[in-house]
Design a protein around this ligand. Structure first.
Ligand SMILES: [Zn+2]
Length: 124
């Protein structure tokens, strides 16, 4: 059975702040990448590694932004803090640490185990 839970003003503010902060960070990183485009591509690019790192960071932030927006959408429907997968309440301590999470610890680790069968982060 799916539980419902009202989002508090404080939680909502936290989510919105996080979204704003993530957007600023993304903007900044994208500007940085744009600045790098002019570099001479002919020879081995010493900045390539940096750029790859920045791209990876952008992807991470985009995922985070998606979670934040999803959490805000859920908040509007009275489902903030409810696990999207199993419908149980997410541990408040977890929400406190990760306000944009939409999965409980159990589901999250299950999904990570499934994802872990593909590409391992930091592997290779
Ligand atoms: Zn769950």
């Amino acid at each position: 059975m799916r539980a419902t839970r009202e989002v508090t003003e404080q939680e909502k503010r936290k989510l919105e702040e996080e979204r704003a902060g993530t957007l600023v960070e993304l903007d900044h990183l994208r500007e940085y990448l744009k600045g790098e485009v002019d570099a001479d591509a002919e020879e081995a690019d010493p900045d390539l590694y940096e750029r790859e790192k920045t791209l990876a960071l952008i992807r991470t932030l985009e995922n985070k932004l998606e979670s934040i927006e999803q959490a805000l959408r859920l908040a509007e429907k009275g489902g903030y803090g409810i696990c999207e997968r199993c419908g149980e309440k997410i541990d408040p301590a977890r929400l406190e640490a990760l306000p944009h999470t939409t999965l409980c610890v159990k589901c999250k680790s299950q999904m990570e185990r499934v994802a872990g069968m593909g590409v391992r982060p930091g592997g290779r």
